[in-house]
Design a protein around this ligand. Structure first.
Ligand SMILES: N[C@@H](CCC(=O)N[C@@H](CS)C(=O)NCC(=O)O)C(=O)O
Length: 204
């Protein structure tokens, strides 16, 4: 399988961390692609009409895109415990964390458009403030909700890879929240995280 990847994408990294966690990373050829809505990547558009990474190319099967879908697919490829809990409330809690992580990453991307990526005269500070509030509230919520002793699931991988990307891009920090910070630092020491460092600059 080939994973159309990006070394500075929180979404792409989520899929690769997941692959390491379930022991299938050695089945992947990981190929870096630059993507941006202002700098279309024709090869990525060939397999994903949104032109975004990650995309999973499978022999003889159709491409899979969106990191959530790719992780759900990877979960079918191993014999170990599923990272998508089956018992009801744990499942909804895991999927909710995954959804939160997605939108926290979008909020971070939104802030970057308003601070660095968009030409200065087109920036909209109120929009930046709105995204910053989403992150601040999410950090507060996570600080209350995240639990260290829970068995690993998709929600943890999604949150950890998003938090690491937010820090990598010097976006508003979560580090004044002690419980969340302790949880993140423990997660960041996992081999799956250490093997998938973030690097590179967005090319708009
Ligand atoms: N919901 C998608 C988001 C993927 C995404 O936004 N990827 C970014 C890289 S971080 C991208 O390729 N952006 C290019 C674009 O917006 O055109 C997922 O989870 O895979």
């Amino acid at each position: 399988m080939k994973l159309l990847y990006q070394t500075h994408s929180p979404f792409a990294r989520k899929t690769l961390v997941f692959a390491h966690e379930v022991g299938i990373a050695d089945q992947l050829v990981v190929e870096h692609h630059e993507t941006s809505p202002t700098n279309a990547n024709a090869e990525v558009f060939n397999s994903n009409p949104l032109g975004k990474v990650p995309v999973l190319l499978r022999d003889g099967l159709s491409p899979l895109f969106d990191s959530d879908v790719i992780c759900a697919y990877f979960d079918t490829l191993h014999q170990g415990p599923s990272l998508f809990p089956e018992d009801t409330e744990r499942r909804w809690a895991a999927l909710r964390l995954q959804a939160l992580a997605q939108d926290m990453a979008y909020a971070g991307i939104g802030i970057r458009w308003e601070t660095a990526r968009r030409p200065e005269h087109l920036r909209y500070p109120e929009l930046q403030a709105g995204y910053e509030r989403k992150l601040a509230e999410s950090y507060r919520w996570l600080d209350r909700e995240i639990q260290e002793e829970e068995p690993l699931h998709i929600g943890h991988i999604a949150i950890a890879t998003t938090l690491d990307w937010l820090a990598f891009r010097y976006l508003p920090s979560f580090r004044k929240h002690a419980n969340l910070t302790r949880w993140f630092d423990a997660f960041a020491a996992r081999p799956s995280m250490l093997k998938t460092p973030l690097s590179g600059e967005t090319q708009d």
